[in-house]
Design a protein around this ligand. Structure first.
Ligand code: FE2
Length: 264
């Protein structure tokens, strides 16, 4: 499986505090069936002041540590970007990394605050789309505004946003309301990908497989596979069809040549 939203890098956000914790988290992801992951540290000005260059350094260093420790996990890098006033400037200065591309647009993992969908979010999405940036909304099923009123998600569906649902939401680990929202999104075929959003071994583990199993029970094996393999592969730069002929060089967000060939 390919996990497109997880916090595996040590000491960069609210994920693992140090390298030992990060390696434990990576081992658990691999044991659960993840072979490729895009690390997505928070970019949240004033809270997590990350940007592309620092994430890139941390990603390279952590991939080396994985290789040195014999952990068979291939990483790409991106970020989970909070809706904020600084976003447009950060994009203009190319300080935001993207998840990959989809249908000719760069894909940005975009996070609303947990409690609300801020006024102006729809305008921001329109602004992004005009610049060929396609938002993937991170875990809308856990957003309090969506939980109170599911129709709040509709404008973003109509604008063509992608949606990442968290695996643990489908299995009820974020409560009954998030589970209901995740199921409703699954029934409507609005989920683009399932991802772990893993932060730590204890409370936010990388349990993508459990989410995949829940999706398979609810919507069938083929659809579940699309959410954890087909669609993520397409976004990071390798189509399932051409997987074995993936050319030399790196994919859209840094995967090594041919490294996805074993996934499908
Ligand atoms: Fe996250």
């Amino acid at each position: 499986m390919i996990d497109l939203h997880c916090h595996l890098l040590p000491g960069i956000d609210d994920g693992p505090a140090d390298l030992a914790q990060a390696l434990d988290l990576a081992r658990l992801a691999v044991a659960g069936g993840v072979s490729h992951a895009v690390v997505t540290p928070h970019i949240h000005p004033g809270c997590w002041n990350n940007e592309r260059s620092g994430i890139e350094r941390a990603w390279r260093s952590f991939q080396e540590a994985l290789d040195k420790n014999g952990i068979p996990l291939t990483l790409g890098m991106a970020a989970e970007v909070r809706v904020c006033a600084e976003l447009m400037g950060l994009l203009a200065e190319e300080r935001i990394p993207f998840l990959g591309e989809y249908r000719g647009k760069r894909v940005l993992l975009l996070e609303f605050p947990h409690e609300s969908i801020p006024v102006g979010s729809e305008s921001l999405v329109r602004w992004l789309l005009k610049r060929d940036i396609l938002p993937m909304i991170a875990h809308p099923e856990r957003n309090k505004a969506v939980i109170r009123d599911f129709s709040r998600i509709l404008p973003f569906v109509e604008m063509g946003c992608l949606f990442q649902v968290t695996a643990a939401s489908l299995t009820g680990q974020f409560g009954a309301f998030a589970e209901a929202g995740a199921r409703r999104m699954l029934e409507n075929e609005w989920i683009s990908i399932l991802a772990s959003d893993a932060h730590n071994v204890q409370h936010r583990p990388p349990n993508l497989g459990e989410g995949r199993d829940a999706a398979a029970r609810l919507a069938g094996e083929g659809y579940a596979a699309r959410l954890v393999r087909g669609m993520p592969a397409e976004i990071v730069g390798v189509s399932p069809v051409s997987m074995r002929e993936f050319p030399a060089g790196r994919g859209k967000n840094g995967f090594r040549a041919g490294s996805l060939a074993s996934v499908l």
